[in-house]
Ligand binder design. Structure first.
Ligand code: HEC
Length: 246
């Protein structure tokens, strides 16, 4: 008797699990939009907010929330005071203690002097500026323009066409202000990055881009005398006669 009972129990269990446990009822004649009976929910349904979806959790019923006051992008520290932040470019002597995305209408903010593109980095660019520029360039620009600016970043391997080679003479001749403006507002098919790169970083990227261009057009005269001996044979010879090969 007990044996039959156990056998029946096992059979019924298997039957219930195999029918009710299935998630896909499309084999049934009537499809239903209701969720299936889930014996093993496998954590399919969770308490979370989907993008653009409403939420009962908040009084106003919106799922999308504004940033908490005082939120700072990763890698930046909060402005020390609002007065200092609004000074904007004035704080660029020690640039990286404040977040500055835009402010005034002067050269440092627009790349323009009067109605023309200006030239020069509007604060004293040090080795630290170049290092910062390198870091920001590699984060923001290298995917498309490539590590040396040759226009061969990883995105081009996935079909992005028309990425400018930053080593071309036209762009070497371009004024710093125009390059700055390209970073902020984009150019033709390149979108602007002004909303994600703060003012001092934009200039740091310009400075680093100049260093990249210089690096591909260096001669032996750019090498400190003490280090020239290390450049032997054909390298040194081709370097003296003009542009070094990348
Ligand atoms: C998503 C890809 C992409 C990223 C990221 C990108 N660029 Fe570009 N960039 C382009 C493309 C594409 C062009 C060519 C636009 C055209 O002329 O059609 C271009 C053109 C340029 C030019 C030449 C503009 C001119 O006047 O011809 C400069 C300078 C430049 N980019 C600098 C940068 C810098 C600096 C960054 C990083 C802050 C950057 N780009 C990030 C795609 C990108």
């Amino acid at each position: 008797m007990v044996r039959y009972f156990l056998f029946l129990l096992v059979l019924i269990t298997i039957l219930v699990v195999s029918i009710a446990g299935l998630r896909d009822y499309s084999f049934l004649p009537h499809k239903t939009k209701r969720p299936p009976i889930e014996i093993f929910p496998d954590m399919v349904r969770q308490d979370k907010v989907k993008a653009q979806a409403p939420s009962d959790f908040y009084d106003d019923g919106r799922g999308a929330r504004a940033n908490v006051a005082g939120t700072v992008p990763v890698g930046y520290s909060a402005p020390e005071s609002s007065a200092q932040a609004s000074e904007g470019v004035a704080t660029m002597g020690s640039p990286y203690s404040v977040v500055v995305f835009s402010g005034k209408q002067d050269y440092a903010d627009t790349g323009k002097i009067g109605t023309n593109w200006g030239n020069g980095i509007p604060f004293s660019a040090t080795m630290a500026t170049l290092e910062r520029g390198r870091e920001r360039y590699q984060i923001q620009c290298a995917v498309c323009h490539g590590a040396t600016g040759a226009g061969n970043g990883i995105a081009t391997k996935y079909g992005l066409v028309g990425v400018a080679n930053l080593q071309q003479q036209r762009i070497r001749d371009m004024s710093d202000g125009e390059i700055y403006n390209t970073i902020v507002n984009g150019k033709n098919t390149m979108m602007g990055y002004g909303s994600v790169i703060q003012v001092p970083d934009r200039w740091a990227i310009v400075a680093y881009m100049r260093a990249l261009q210089r690096s591909q057009n260096a001669t032996i005269n750019d090498v400190p005398t003490a280090n020239r001996a290390a450049l032997t044979g054909t390298n040194a010879a081709s370097a003296t006669t003009g542009a070094a090969k990348p």
